[in-house]
Design a protein around this ligand. Structure first.
Ligand SMILES: Nc1ncnc2c1ncn2[C@@H]1O[C@H](COP(=O)(O)OP(=O)(O)OP(=O)(O)O)[C@@H](O)[C@H]1O
Ligand SMILES: [Mg+2]
Length: 253
């Protein structure tokens, strides 16, 4: 296990269905590693298993040199591994800024009593959080949307807000489940620039799941391809693009 995130011979079964079959993946620090494959290949199941939603039926997962077995999703987030969801899971009626604050819950430094009494510590933390919200909004190019209700945002901005909320937990690594789904060409370019900025400027490692090839091919250092739960290929974008097993999986023969 030499990567920041290591999956070692991971199998996930749902009753008789083998959703992930003996998959090993190493995601290295500061890299963008994509996980691609046809619908139902097991990509979201892998993200759900890494983040503690499901326990692997077999195999082991480690992050930063420590096993994740038995660690809750909340603790995994505190260790520096944060995710986004295939169908954006924002708090629709809350403002953009408040959605980001929710992402900071794992770093809040005061308790309930302190909050009720509005203590000095609580007010200082609130001021720091507000500054951090401003920073994160600038980072994902949403500075002018601070007070907008999340449900009023167009899809591309919702996706960037999800990224900002995930970043609010100060992760070392992000697991992104289809951040570019449904985006138009110009929005895809902006998503690529944002992902590259996260890697290059903040040094965040990313495990990226997406069907949008201009994103996957445009930003990935390495790509793992899965089909019917099994790993069928791994390599650079150039290697994967010309791999006959990958072409056959996508063309269905
Ligand atoms: N909670 C569950 N219970 C039973 N089966 C499940 C569960 N979650 C996923 N599956 C099944 O596991 C397989 C892999 O699903 P998964 O959602 O991981 O695919 P995916 O690669 O993310 O596909 P897509 O590209 O369509 O999002 C599918 O056959 C799916 O129906
Ligand atoms: Mg999926």
């Amino acid at each position: 296990m030499s990567g920041l995130l290591s999956l070692c011979d991971v199998t996930v079964r749902f009753g008789g269905l083998v959703a992930v079959n003996n998959v090993s993946i190493e995601v290295h620090a500061g890299m963008i590693h994509s996980l691609i494959g046809p619908n139902g290949a097991g990509k979201t199941t892998i993200i759900n298993t890494v983040t503690g939603v499901y326990a692997p039926s077999q195999g082991a997962i480690g992050f930063d040199g420590r096993p994740l077995a038995g660690v809750t999703p909340d603790q995994i987030c505190r260790r520096g591994l944060t995710r986004t969801f295939q169908n954006t899971e924002l708090f629709a009626d809350m403002t953009v800024a408040d959605n980001i604050r929710v992402g900071m819950h794992s770093t809040a430094e005061y308790g309930l009593l302190s909050a009720i009494l509005r203590s000095r510590c609580c007010r200082a933390t609130e001021a720091r959080m507000s500054e951090r919200v401003t920073e994160l909004l600038a980072l994902v190019n949403l500075a002018d949307q601070r007070g907008t209700q999340a449900c009023a945002l167009p899809l591309a901005k919702m996706r960037r807000l999800e990224l900002a909320r995930a970043l609010a937990a100060n992760p070392r690594m992000l697991l992104l489940d289809e951040p570019a789904a449904g985006l138009r060409a110009s929005e895809i370019e902006e998503m690529n620039a944002t992902l590259l900025m996260l890697r290059n400027k903040l040094g965040i490692a990313i495990l990226l799941v997406d069907h949008v090839m201009p994103v996957v091919m445009g930003v990935s250092d390495l790509i793992t391809v899965v089909n019917f739960g099994q790993k069928i290929a791994e390599g650079t974008p150039k290697q994967v693009r010309s791999n006959p097993a990958v072409i056959a999986a996508y063309l269905g023969h």
